[in-house]
Design a protein around this ligand. Structure first.
Ligand code: DC
Length: 246
């Protein structure tokens, strides 16, 4: 472009980007799925992309600290997210890995591979492409701060670690087995694992988990699920016009 030329006006998105960030187990996926259904948007779980890549790294016996190898792996990988009524179906090179990527070894690996700046840059490029037209509820750790700093709506959903660990635990198996000593130890281990993952996500040098300055912080520690969903819907309506929602 020659000097003095007015740069082209990039058209505004017709529909908004709703960014939901926060630590593990805060209820981001439930909130994202609810808002997406409510407004007819796509819900995209960016954590599933890190999980899919972490799974492929495990499968290829890669060292989680080898950034160059992980980036090369990513560049030869196709990750697709298919929004469902609840959460996303995850396709890794065309294969459905939705269940496998939720298992504990992949969960821990995802948190480790996601510390690498160049790998994050690859993920962020993909995520910006997915959300470029708007009409998406994108959930993760850095959506409001890095992926879409211009998101129309930013919610940072938090809750006390014990509450998040307990919610995860209750989702994890049949209720009748949950009053034994062993069950208590399992719950404690889950809270511990969650705290470790939080610590890694919050303290990494690149795009650490933190609320964007203009995010609305919602602490769900003493809220019911219904209260959280009502509050989220109100935050959306407070930040976008009715026309942007249709
Ligand atoms: O949301 P989740 O639990 O599925 O995410 C798995 C891991 O991926 C999490 O420990 C941190 C990482 N992650 C990230 O660094 N940035 C995102 N936008 C989403 C997830």
């Amino acid at each position: 472009m020659s000097e003095g030329t007015i740069p082209p006006v990039i058209p505004a998105r017709e529909h908004p980007v709703i960014a939901i960030d926060g630590p593990a187990g805060a209820g981001k996926s439930t909130m994202a799925a609810h808002l997406a259904r409510r407004f007819g948007f796509l819900n995209l779980e960016t954590g599933a992309m890190y999980r899919a890549l972490a799974f492929k790294a495990i499968d290829n016996d890669l060292d989680f600290s080898d950034e160059a190898a992980l980036v090369e792996l990513a560049e030869n990988t196709r990750i697709a997210l298919e929004p469902q009524l609840e959460g996303n179906r995850v396709l890794l090179d065309g294969v459905d890995v939705s269940r496998r990527v939720r298992e504990p070894d992949v969960t821990a690996a995802a948190s480790r591979v996601s510390v690498h700046p160049r790998l994050r840059a690859w993920m962020v490029d993909q995520q910006r492409l997915l959300g470029r037209r708007g009409g998406v509820v994108m959930e993760g750790r850095d959506i409001g701060t890095v992926v879409f700093p211009d998101a129309e709506v930013k919610i940072f959903l938090d809750a006390a670690p014990e509450v998040r660990g307990n919610r995860r635990y209750r989702q994890s198996g049949p209720a009748e087995t949950k009053f034994t000593e062993q069950a208590k130890a399992t719950e404690e281990a889950m809270v511990r694992e969650l705290k470790e993952r939080d610590e890694r996500d919050r303290t990494r040098a690149e795009s650490p988990l933190r609320p964007a300055e203009d995010a609305v912080i919602l602490d769900s520690t003493s809220m019911t699920l219904d209260e959280v969903l009502v509050a989220a819907e109100k935050i959306v309506r407070d930040h976008v016009t009715e026309a942007q929602l249709h």
